[in-house]
Ligand binder design. Structure first.
Ligand code: CAA
Length: 264
């Protein structure tokens, strides 16, 4: 077992280890939690740490103040050129988040725009409060989404609806996002974090290995044919019969008691 007692701390990101999950709060409220390159790299770093911490089964990420996040920091990008982006490939840090094996739950209130919408969409479970405004307004800056927006939004809500929002930059509400299948849970204003924590606490009760494999299997469905996906799922299913927790889970059920998982 490897437990991380002290996580790296950052000015622009609050990192709190809770009982069974890691809570990340974007902390740049004056600029609506605009995602500077530094902030994105801190988020990725904290998520990687959570992945290596045996006490933690999921990551909850949320905003602070009026926004989840109003997108990539426009001040960071104002003087950038094609060549400098090509050389530094700054956005590749977003790929690090894809490597995170534990579930990520986004608790979204206020604005989730541009990179903020992309960060929310990159989570595995997206909880949003009524009144939240989502959107990919990059077209208004004469750019396009660069952290997954064109790909994730079209997969989540369909190509034609994604085209509408990405080409016009129009925003959409949390209720619309929920009805289009982008949002996992729609909650009253002020309740997004509470609901995300409730979900994280539920996940914390499960056996870690089944949580990891469940996430892997669902994600595989986005990249594979149905036949490949079904085969992959079955192999993961069979592999879980090598764990002590699988035995404990079934025994506990049959003896009408709560399981006590050891993540082994
Ligand atoms: N980058 C940098 N600063 C930002 C920001 C951003 N994305 N979004 C807001 N801010 C700053 C504002 O400049 C302002 O700072 P000052 O007080 O120093 O002027 C502060 O946050 C508050 O913002 P507003 O005064 O604009 O607040 P508002 O309530 O009038 O409007 C808003 C809110 C509609 C969200 C508006 O701020 C807005 O449109 N923000 C930009 C949204 C956007 O275009 N996002 C896409 C960015 S590009 C991107 O994300 C690319 C990618 O794919 C990764």
């Amino acid at each position: 077992m490897r437990a991380i007692m002290s996580y790296n701390s950052y000015e622009d990101l609050t990192v709190e280890k809770k009982n069974g999950y890691l809570l990340l709060k974007l902390n740049r409220p004056d600029v609506l939690n605009a995602l500077s390159f530094q902030l994105v790299s801190h988020i990725a770093e904290a998520m990687k740490e959570a992945d290596a911490d045996d006490d933690v089964k999921s990551v909850v990420i949320t905003g602070n103040g009026r926004a989840f996040s109003a997108g990539a920091d426009i001040r960071d990008m104002e003087n950038r050129s094609f060549i400098s982006f090509e050389h530094r490939d700054d956005f590749s840090v977003w790929d690090d988040m894809l490597e995170v094996r534990k579930p990520v739950i986004a608790a979204v209130e206020g604005y989730a725009l541009g990179g903020g919408c992309e960060l929310a969409m990159s989570a595995d479970i997206l909880v949003a409060a009524e009144g939240t405004k989502f959107g990919q307004p990059e077209i208004n800056l004469a750019i396009i989404p660069g952290a997954g927006g064109t790909q994730r939004l079209s997969r989540a809500i369909g190509r034609h609806r994604a085209m509408r929002y990405i080409l016009t930059g129009e925003l959409f509400t949390a209720a619309e996002a929920f009805s289009m299948g982008l949002v996992s849970s729609l909650v009253p204003p002020g309740q997004a974090l509470t609901e995300a924590i409730r979900i994280a606490e539920k996940i914390a009760e499960k056996s870690l290995i089944s949580v990891l494999l469940a996430k892997e299997a669902v994600n595989f469905s986005q990249e594979s044919t149905l036949t490949q996906g079904l085969k992959f799922e079955r192999q993961l299913f069979y592999s879980l019969f090598s764990t002590a927790d699988r035995k404990e889970g079934m025994e506990a059920f049959l003896h009408k008691r709560k399981p006590s998982f050891s993540d082994s």
